[in-house]
Design a binder for this molecule. Sequence first.
Ligand code: FES
Length: 146
Amino acid sequence: MPCIKLEPLGITINVSAKNRLWRSLKHAKVDMPATCGGQGTCGTCALRVFEGGSNLSAMQTLEQVTLKNIRKDLSLYRLTCQASVLKDGVVFYLDNKADKKLAQIFARLKNRLAPRNIYHPLTGELLVQEGKLITQETLERLLSDC
Ligand code: FES
């Protein structure tokens, strides 16, 4: 079972190579927005691929068209409802300025201990030290910078 990494949070998630990534993320309690319900037409589930893009399934025409329609760079983004992870080594970067997914995940992690140092994706500021509590204040700081 391959695993992926979500940066800048440093979260590793096991995913099924048989399922689309969106389903694996949902299973791991990382709910991606999915306006079209996973049909590949809305683009709301797009994630930026930071490393290991060649370890994802090949991009099909529908995904290419949707990414073009939402003006995402085809070489940088994948639709999680269309892509499957074939091998380890894929790293996604949660781009909160674009879609606030990072804030959504922060909200879910609120009042948990940070698995590692967490930095602001835009400013690079250290938001939470490894082992420290992820607080509401952290979340508000993040949102106010978006
Ligand atoms: S959920 Fe709509 S494109 Fe993926």
